[in-house]
Design a protein around this ligand. Structure first.
Ligand SMILES: [Zn+2]
Length: 323
């Protein structure tokens, strides 16, 4: 019984990260990383992929023939059947054929999924979702995305876009959202929403320790900065974090009422760094959900952190090559 290995790739807007993963244990044996530029030529993007793949295998110190498959999680909308990135705004590419050239080059199965889906797969196999067949993974960052596991498999939906929890509408005439709509959950509960609330406070003349750390044009504040400000008792930041976390709890209560999952896994920088955000969201969820599904729900923090995408991507290909 030898070990089985696959390559998992996290293909994002600023970097591409590859790892050699032991698909039996979930162990990440070696990794390699390259920066990407927006709007690179398609050939250049594919070349970057082959470089990180080969570097990771070399780092792992194993022969390439031990690699059974390649899985790629990409930030954007994908055609899973044909292995095409349909639209990747952050990557600056559309209709990019990814799987086919790599299959031709390496002669092993190559599968494509989106970034939230593969992070969910990682948590399901080796993280906070182990031994759980019905769960929702919610990742909070500048936006909010989620992956749905139904009967032990990722649920994609009719157009492959299921899980857009960030665009659950709370207020029909509410804040403008990045999707162009109004009143979406992520306009109230994301890290961006917290930062915007802090900026609004600063403009009203409220004192805060993070005034110098904020990029007012982008409305951005790092999770670590928020965490430190909460620990230091910064009133404006603490109130903004609580406000956002309550909204996340409201959104999660609707998920619990509607889908009745066994477990909810919360991940992303804000959840990992700011304990208050997680605690308030869980409390609000429990307060708001219907009594029976609410009492049964089990909420956990994600376990794999930044590596969930690589580990999950490796399993994406693994699952397909097993079938
Ligand atoms: Zn929206």
């Amino acid at each position: 019984m030898g070990d089985s290995y696959a390559i998992g790739i996290d293909f994002g807007g600023t970097k591409v990260l590859a790892g050699v993963v032991n698909t039996k244990t979930g162990e990440l044996v070696a990794t390699s990383k390259k920066k990407t530029k927006q709007a690179s030529e398609q050939q250049q993007l594919l070349r970057k992929l082959t470089i990180v793949i080969e570097e990771a295998v070399e780092q792992a110190g194993i022969n390439f023939d031990k690699i059974k498959s390649i899985g790629i999680g990409v930030a954007g909308m994908v055609d899973r059947e044909r292995g095409i990135l349909l639209s990747g705004v952050n990557i600056g590419a559309s209709n990019l054929k990814i799987a086919e050239p790599l299959i031709d080059h390496y002669g092993i199965p190559v599968k494509l999924g989106n970034d939230v889906e593969v992070a969910t797969l990682g948590e399901m196999h080796f993280g906070a979702g182990k031994k759980c067949n019905n769960l929702i993974c919610v990742f909070v960052g500048t936006g909010i995305g989620s992956g749905i596991v139904h009967d032990g498999a990722i649920y994609h939906g009719q157009t492959g876009t299921a899980g857009e929890i960030g665009h659950t509408i709370l207020f029909p005439d509410g804040r403008l959202c990045n999707c162009g709509g109004h009143g979406c959950l992520e306009a109230y509960a994301s890290r961006m929403a917290i930062a915007r609330q802090v900026v609004a406070g600063i403009k009203r003349g409220v004192d805060t320790s993070v005034a110098g750390e904020i990029d007012e044009n982008k409305g951005l504040l790092r999770s670590r900065t928020l965490s430190q400000a909460v620990l230091d008792g910064d009133n404006l930041v603490t109130r903004s974090v609580i406000h956002a976390a309550k909204f996340l709890g409201v959104g999660l209560a609707s998920v619990v009422n509607f889908y009745n999952p066994e477990r909810i896994i919360l991940g992303g920088g804000l959840v990992e760094e700011v304990g208050l955000y997680f605690d308030v969201a869980v409390e609000e969820l429990q307060h708001r959900a219907l009594p029976i599904p609410g009492a049964a729900i089990n909420v956990k923090k994600a376990k794999l952190g930044d590596f969930a995408g690589i580990i999950g991507a490796a399993m994406l290909a693994q699952n397909s090559s097993d079938n």
